[in-house]
Ligand binder design. Structure first.
Ligand SMILES: NC(=O)c1ccc[n+]([C@@H]2O[C@H](COP(=O)([O-])OP(=O)(O)OC[C@H]3O[C@@H](n4cnc5c(N)ncnc54)[C@H](OP(=O)(O)O)[C@@H]3O)[C@@H](O)[C@H]2O)c1
Length: 250
């Protein structure tokens, strides 16, 4: 089930956190994996080395997704390496949590350019390579904050809400050739929210609020992405799949 043998998949933000777990999971499922990063080359190379140790073909690629020219060059480099893509996962992202009173224009734009525009231009630039692939699929990363509100971080929440609509719009535009789905995680312990999960009071509050009683780990998210990229999901498109320990139920 959910075998990805022979499929080439690029994971943006594959150097750390959820993207790292996804890259390792896809490699374990048989995929050839492009591991994208922005600046932490050693983290991306560590993921590539772990994949190589397991006999998986993998390569690290750098780009700042806030720069469309760099995204174009990223996909050219990936295409030159692989010749085609069967999958793309857009996990590169940042979080900033200022309130509406605190936020400044630079911070606002950085979030929108990374989390929303970065994903859009990555998908756009990948299309020629996805169209050469066998039954290709895209998975975007939304968040529980794409559909549920919180105080602080409006730009992040807006970007994730837009990612969900982008997923639906592109799933329609690219059907029937390319499927497009999204995964919306709840609170997952990574660098993006280190201050939160290292704060015992906030950490316990999140665990209490989550019906399944704990924070998620990156490895809780990766299998859902593997499923959405697999042939078993051949009739699934435009879906936003919450992987969140049941948090929205309350
Ligand atoms: N963790 C959660 O609780 C949670 C919940 C819901 C949704 N998400 C979403 O899941 C995705 C992954 O988050 P994470 O928790 O795994 O974060 P993370 O551990 O902080 O990793 C972020 C990744 O994004 C890359 N990145 C950041 N800015 C970039 C830029 N401008 N250009 C290119 N790459 C960039 C980083 O590359 P470098 O390593 O080179 O810096 C890194 O690989 C994000 O879209 C996030 O919004 C996370």
């Amino acid at each position: 089930m959910f075998d990805l043998t022979g499929r080439t998949i690029l994971v943006t933000g594959g150097s750390r956190g959820i993207g790292r777990a996804i890259a390792l999971e896809l490699g374990a499922a048989g995929a050839r994996v492009g591991v994208h990063y922005r600046e932490r080359r050693e983290s991306a190379e560590e993921v590539v080395a772990r994949l190589h140790d397991r006999g998986v073909e993998a390569k690290a690629f750098a780009a700042d997704v806030t720069e469309p020219d760099q995204v174009v060059r990223l996909l050219e480099a990936v295409g030159a390496w692989s010749g085609r893509l069967e999958g793309l996962v857009t996990s590169a992202g940042i979080y900033r949590g200022p309130t509406v009173d605190e936020v400044d224009a630079e911070e606002w734009q950085k979030v929108i350019r990374t989390d929303l525009e970065g994903s859009f231009w990555t998908v756009r630039s990948a299309l020629p390579w996805l169209r050469k692939g066998d039954r290709p699929a895209v998975v975007t990363l939304s968040s529980i904050l794409g559909a549920h509100a919180a105080i602080g971080g409006a730009a992040y929440q807006m970007a994730k809400a837009a990612i969900e609509q982008m997923t639906r719009a592109l799933s329609l535009e690219l059907a029937p050739g390319t499927r497009v789905n999204s995964v919306a995680p709840g609170f997952v312990r990574t660098d993006i929210n280190r201050a939160g999960h290292e704060d015992p009071v906030f950490s316990a509050k999140v665990a209490r609020a989550t019906p399944l009683g704990r924070w998620g780990e990156p490895e809780d998210i990766a299998p859902a992405v593997r499923f959405l990229l697999s042939r078993e999901a051949d009739w699934v498109t435009g879906l936003v799949l919450g992987i969140d320990g049941g948090l929205p139920l309350r």
